[in-house]
Ligand binder design. Structure first.
Ligand code: ATP
Ligand code: MG
Length: 183
């Protein structure tokens, strides 16, 4: 599985519809301070369902929506779509048959978010669910941001266990068991 495109519109500084192609296994994003490098990473975490403004470097969830500049008015909604190349079938279950998987989140200023999987409306947990065990999630280790290494080093054993279980692919089964037990 490989992230092949990030499409943003109205998200933070990306007011106009923008597609960032990630055409190989290794991609570097370079540019002057404030050009939006970190915003693209926030976008990935946001689509995966991040619900804490602090983790998206903002004060409220509305801060992810373009809030205007000297030349442009604020907009009413933010949307981010991630396109994954799944030709190796990493994303399994009902989705294993798709060589391309799109995950999208759209939010408006009233705080409501809509999520989509391959264009079909879904719940936030449907998205977290298909990525469980891949290392990609709003707080998972596929994204290593500033301060995360020291958080890992200082983590309590039970916190560390969450990362190890995700890496070992156990988290998916634990989640299924939890669901069954709650039924
Ligand atoms: P650095 O090299 O300093 O880390 P960067 O490329 O990572 O810079 P970002 O943090 O991605 O920069 O982008 C910061 C820019 O995004 C700032 O100019 C900020 O004003 C703008 N920005 C953040 N949120 C919004 C928003 N909601 N509306 C408009 N602009 C925003
Ligand atoms: Mg930055």
């Amino acid at each position: 599985m490989r992230l092949s495109k990030i499409k943003l519109s109205g998200f933070k500084s990306f007011v106009d519809p923008t597609t960032i192609p990630l055409s190989s296994q290794r991609v570097g994003i370079v540019g002057p301070n404030g050009c939006g490098k970190s915003n693209t990473i926030d976008a990935v975490r946001w689509v995966m369902g991040e619900s804490s403004a602090k983790y998206l470097r903002g004060e409220s969830m509305e801060d992810v929506i373009f809030n205007g500049s000297s030349a442009r008015k604020p907009v009413g909604q933010a949307s981010v779509e991630l396109v994954f190349d799944n030709s190796d079938g990493t994303l399994g279950g009902a989705y294993a048959q798709y060589s391309e998987i799109s995950v999208k989140r759209v939010a408006s200023r009233d705080g409501q978010s809509q999520y989509y999987l391959n264009g079909t409306r879904c719940r936030r947990r449907d998205i977290t669910d298909i990525f469980l065990g891949t290392g990609l999630g709003p707080r998972s280790y596929a994204i290593i941001e500033q301060g995360m290494i020291s958080r890992l080093i200082e983590a309590k054993p039970e916190e560390l266990r969450v990362y190890i279980e995700e890496a070992a692919g156990i988290s998916k089964y634990k989640e299924r068991r939890r669901e069954t037990e709650n039924r």
